[in-house]
Structure formats: C-alpha cells, structure tokens
Design a binder for this molecule. Structure first.
Ligand SMILES: CC/C=C(/N=C/c1c(COP(=O)(O)O)cnc(C)c1O)C(=O)O
Length: 387
C-alpha cells in the first residue's frame, strides 16, 4: 500500500510471495468480527481496556491545558507492544505458522513477543543488538525466562537497525514455517498497516474515554516516535478529526543539529530502509547514518511510512526532545505523578508539557504513556544527581 509517495515493498523477489500471503491473511481478518472477538477475548490477559486519567500535578506544573495520561505502561509486559504482538500471533496461527521471530531494541517488543509465544506455544527467537542487550539487560533476562532465545547482533551499530537486518535475514530462509512479528510501524507493505491496525486500540479507547470523561475530543494527542507504532496507534483514530492536534516527539539525542540523534522526521530525508520508502537518516551518498538516543526504542534511523505521509501533508507535527530534555520529562512524571516511565515515553512527557504550556486552561492534551521505566533505572541512576 502507499501512503502518498511513502510505503511499498522494496524487497528481494524471495520475500514477495510471503508478503502476499501475509497481506491476504490480514485482509481476511481485518474486518472479520470473529477475529476481533478472538482478539478481545485476551483483554483480561493483556490488561485491556486501558486506563486514561488526569495528571493533576503535571497539569499544575505546566499551567495551561489539562494533561491526561493513556496508560499503555499498565498493559501486561509493561508497554504498548503487546497490542501488536497479540494481533500478529493470532494472524500467524491462522496462516499455519509454527515459529516466531522478532527484532527488539528496548526489549519491550522482545518481551511482548516472547510472552505471546509462551501463551500460544510457539518457538520464539528474538534478535537484539549487542549494545541494547547491555543497556536493556533486565528485558533480556525476562525474554529468556519466558522461554525464548535471544540472538545478540554484533554487526554495525549493534542497535535496533542491525537487529531488524538480522531478523529479516533469518526470516527469508524459513518463510514457510515462520512469521516475523515486526515490532513497529516499519517494513514493507503490509507490515505498517498491520501494526497501525493493532495499535489503534490506543486511539480508539482514548477517543471514547475522553468523550465519556470530558464530553469532547482532546485538543491534542502526543506520542514519542521510534519506528512510529504507538504514535500511529494513538493518531490514526483521530486522523479525520482536524480539531485534534497530532504531535510526535522524536529522539533529539545530543541535538538535531549534531550527528548524534535519531530524529528521522525532523532531520532526515526521503529514502529506503528495511523494505520501505520513508524518511530516513542518511548521508549524501544514501548510506544510512548511525544514530544516537539515550532510549534504545527510539534509536532507529527510519520511521513508519504513514507518519512520513502525515508529516508531508501536515496532518501531524513532529518535534524532538534531546536526551537531557527526556531526563527532565522522566523526573517530572516520576516526582509529580508517581509514574516511572520508559525513557522513550519520557520524550513524549517533555514534549506534551511544553505544548500544554502554550494552550488555554480547559483545553486537553493526552500523552500516550507507552511504557514503564523499570528497564531504564540503571541508565537513569547515573543521571539522577544532575536532574
Ligand atoms: C521494535 C523496536 C522498538 C522497541 N521499543 C520501542 C518503544 C517505543 C518506540 O517505538 P514505537 O512506538 O514503535 O515508535 C516507545 N515506547 C516504548 C516503551 C518502547 O519500548 C522495542 O524493541 O521494545
């Protein structure tokens, strides 16, 4: 599918049949009430429907719009990743697959995939960059406890982008038995559409809950952007409501004006990565750049094609928060609301507070709290004295 000039299937011939099989399988279930009944039958296991509530002290701190929190961190396994992993394993089972592979950066998608593989009795292999194995060690331990294998990827920058490369390489030699549960809104068609569809539970619930609690739609929704799945899931249900601002916060690392960031939409250009045409961070020869972010889940030189189209048609706005600003967001939501967020999420907290400051009292901003911060406490501990 195409999202404007973005999307497509820039893959070797050897993957085309498998992508067609996947697209056919997805088209069969996406509007099938029986499938969604099966998906919702696992809500008690996932912790859905999710919670949405006001953050009074963050609201007072910002001094402008009301700040509401959509608590994807309360899902089983601690992030939004379970929404997509569950949907894709149900699809994989219908396609007769018996083995699952996945990539992971922050380890949350790895944990979510290992979790559903344990639940549904499928063999599971998680590919993870060596640097991420180090900085998200808690999640590596959890993945192994859940019965999955972890393959540390030592090539390249040893982060998410290298994990995706390795997972795709492993997939192409066992397409008949194996489904690749891609963890973000990236990859060749139909992956971005599949992931956005399953993550849309976030925005669907947010819409209903805001109408119920406030009798109106939110004036803005804010989400951090790595590959773009929690943002796509929060934004998509509002994409035809022009009154709702869509704000994505990317990883500004040491600053978008430096070479050390992962702000693909703010600082990148159009190219091809991992089978899809989208915004990428690349040098003038089209070589994909190395990236940096304090958060492993945002440390990626690509982004979903649907978000690229929302940038170009101005339906959504994308700004970035530096590592230092993310730590400020991390401290504020921890110390004002008693919620320790994932470092990825902390970028959205900072961006939402800055936005709320510019808005009127009585207006409403919803933050997608994409995950919990247990995995990050080690790396934050060193920073805390400076916060
Ligand atoms: C699939 C690779 C990304 C991962 N995580 C990304 C992530 C992100 C960013 O991923 P997207 O929602 O897909 O942009 C946001 N919040 C949390 C808690 C995350 O863990 C992972 O491996 O867990």
């Amino acid at each position: 599918a195409r999202f404007g000039e973005f999307g497509g299937q820039y893959v070797p011939e050897s993957l085309m049949d498998c992508l067609s099989e996947l697209e056919e399988g997805f088209n069969k279930i996406k509007d099938d009430p029986a499938f969604w009944e099966e998906y919702r039958s696992y809500y008690p296991y996932m912790g859905r429907p999710g919670q949405l509530h006001l953050a009074q002290r963050l609201t007072d701190h910002a001094g402008g719009a009301n700040i509401w929190l959509k608590r994807e961190d309360l899902n089983h396994t601690g992030s939004h990743k379970i929404n997509n992993a569950l949907g894709q394993i149900l699809l994989a089972r219908r396609l007769g697959k018996t083995e699952i592979i996945a990539e992971t950066g922050a380890g949350q998608h790895g944990v979510a995939t290992a979790t559903v593989c344990a639940k549904f009795g499928m063999k599971c292999t998680i590919y993870m960059g060596g640097e991420d194995v180090r900085r998200q060690a808690l999640n590596v331990f959890r993945i192994k406890l859940l019965g999955a294998d972890v393959v540390a990827v030592e090539a390249g920058s040893r982060t998410l982008r290298d994990a995706v490369n390795e997972a795709m390489r492993a997939w192409v030699v066992k397409l008949d038995t194996t489904h690749y549960i891609i963890g973000s809104a990236i990859g060749p068609h139909p992956f971005p559409t599949i992931v956005r569809t399953f993550q849309s539970v976030i925005g669907d619930e947010t819409r209903a809950q805001m109408l119920e609690k406030r009798g109106k739609l939110p004036d803005a929704v804010v989400a951090c952007v790595g590959g773009g799945s929690n943002a796509a899931g929060m934004f998509y249900p509002f994409s035809n409501d022009p009154s709702v601002k869509l704000l994505g916060i990317e990883a500004g690392g040491d600053g978008v004006d430096t070479a050390r960031h992962s702000a693909t939409l703010s600082g990148g250009s159009i190219g091809v990565l991992h089978g899809v045409r989208t915004y990428v961070l690349q040098d003038r020869h089209g070589q994909i750049s190395d990236t940096h972010s304090v958060s492993a889940g945002l440390d990626y030189p690509g982004v979903g094609p649907e978000l690229s189209s929302w940038k170009d048609n101005q339906r959504a706005k994308f700004v970035s928060a530096t590592d230092a600003q993310a730590f400020i967001g991390f401290r504020l939501i921890s110390q004002l609301e008693g919620i320790i967020p994932a470092l990825e999420t902390a970028h959205a907290v900072y961006g939402a507070i800055e936005l709320a400051k510019t808005m009127e009292k009585g207006q409403d901003v919803v933050i997608c709290v994409s995950g919990r911060g247990d995995k990050d406490v080690q790396s934050v501990a060193d920073e805390l004295p400076k916060l």
